[in-house]
Write a protein that binds this ligand. Structure first.
Ligand SMILES: NC(=O)c1ccc[n+]([C@@H]2O[C@H](COP(=O)([O-])OP(=O)(O)OC[C@H]3O[C@@H](n4cnc5c(N)ncnc54)[C@H](O)[C@@H]3O)[C@@H](O)[C@H]2O)c1
Length: 361
């Protein structure tokens, strides 16, 4: 079997500390691709030449491009990783599909608009390409343990989720996606009602992200979701990223960042929490991205649906953009969300309806 020829779009630049201006995720992807038998990174593209060159040197190849479209034209790629900021995901995915690339692994969030997310999913499907998103927590032991407990019936029937995180776009794309995962990807959202606060400008990887939010939504199977995050002063009214409440018990995921706070659960009436062994894994890793990209490749090779695919990613994405639309309309938004919806949060900032002040120093 010929190796898959892999190209990386947006290499980033390694620096001491990762932050919202540069996380150099391409290096995580690079390591993952290198560890998979039959995959070879052959080229990369970045508008900053020294970034591309440094990435190529670190991964043992020479072909670098300033224009990713030229790379797509010349390199006959089988696979690409898209590791640029969110506003570039959709045009780059469309160009990769157009160039005939069949395995496209894109960083989260899907796109910077709902319209764009729908378009890229449709284009990939029509072309028979596999488009996946890096919701890598689906491969993390704390999350897998939570799903195993649900599937074993330990907490009875799931009734509702409660969630708390900073914003629903950059962080929420992971932790709202996990709700779909706990439900076995068997339910789409039905409606969402939301309000948000955006008094202080916060741009994460170039995208406006609200400071505080309150969401209520329902899935088609009758399970409810509640999100309340970003309380002032760093307060955490819930204290976990995902709480799963069932008729006979509950599970908390992400009470903190360490492995010992990754998951706890108890049955109805029990006072003490039970703490399953996560084998040293926290809600952040290690190893999740390697497993995610390996699974994307194996699914492609075996012709199986990948759980990271666009169809699954759209479920959380619809809730996120639906929540922004609900806040704009001051009312409940029923799904399917109108495909014409763009990014209501950004549009409210651009129109002056929302006037976030300068960020805190
Ligand atoms: N999955 C996760 O846990 C996770 C964590 C952090 C960030 N992310 C996501 O990863 C993505 C990338 O963020 P990052 O901070 O790693 O990026 P980065 O800033 O480190 O790197 C992006 C690179 O893209 C390049 N670039 C910009 N425009 C380009 C163009 N037109 N063509 C080619 N290259 C171009 C930039 O020069 C830069 O080198 C974002 O969508 C972010 O949300 C995911």
């Amino acid at each position: 079997m010929d190796p898959l020829r892999v190209g990386i779009i947006g290499t980033g630049r390694k620096k001491e500390r990762r932050d919202a201006q540069g996380y150099f995720m391409a290096y995580e992807h690079g390591q993952a691709w290198q560890e998979i038998d039959g995959c070879q990174i052959v080229a990369c593209a970045d508008i900053v030449e020294e970034n591309a060159r440094a990435f190529a040197d670190a991964h043992g190849f020479t072909a670098t491009y300033h224009d990713y479209r030229e790379m797509l034209d010349k390199e006959r790629l089988d696979a690409v990783s898209i590791c640029t900021w969110p506003h570039l995901h959709q045009p780059m995915a469309l160009d990769a599909v157009q160039a005939g690339v069949k395995v496209i692994h894109c960083e989260k969030p899907m796109a910077d608009t709902w319209r764009g997310a729908v378009q890229m999913a449709r284009a990939a499907k029509d072309a028979g390409a596999q488009l996946t998103f890096n919701h890598q927590r689906r491969y993390g032991r704390p999350f897998l343990l939570a799903r195993e407990l649900i599937e074993a019936g330990e907490i009875g029937e799931v009734q509702r989720f409660e969630c708390e995180f900073g914003n629903i776009y950059d962080t929420g794309t992971h932790f709202i996606d996990m709700l779909s995962f706990y439900l076995g990807d068997r339910a789409r959202g039905k409606w969402v009602l939301a309000q948000l606060d955006y008094c202080r400008e916060d741009k994460v990887f170039g995208a406006h992200c609200e400071n505080q939010q309150l969401l209520m939504f329902e899935y088609e199977n009758g399970v409810f979701g509640f999100v309340y995050g970003g309380a002032p002063g760093g307060k955490r009214p819930l204290g976990v990223v995902n709480r799963i409440i069932g008729t006979e018990g509950m599970i908390d995921v992400g009470a903190g960042h360490g492995p010992h706070e990754a998951i706890r659960w108890r049955k109805l009436g029990e006072r003490d929490w039970r703490q399953p062994d996560t084998h040293g894994e926290s809600i952040h890793g290690p190893g999740f991205i390697q497993r995610a990209i390996r699974d994307a490749v194996e699914c492609w090779r075996e012709g199986r649906k990948c759980q990271l695919d666009a169809e699954n990613a759209l479920v959380a994405t619809e809730i996120i953009f639906g929540a922004y639309e609900s806040s704009r309309r001051r009312g409940r938004v029923d799904f399917p969300l109108d495909e014409a919806v763009g990014n209501p949060l950004r549009e409210m900032v651009e129109s002056g309806d929302l006037k976030p002040g300068t960020p805190e120093a």
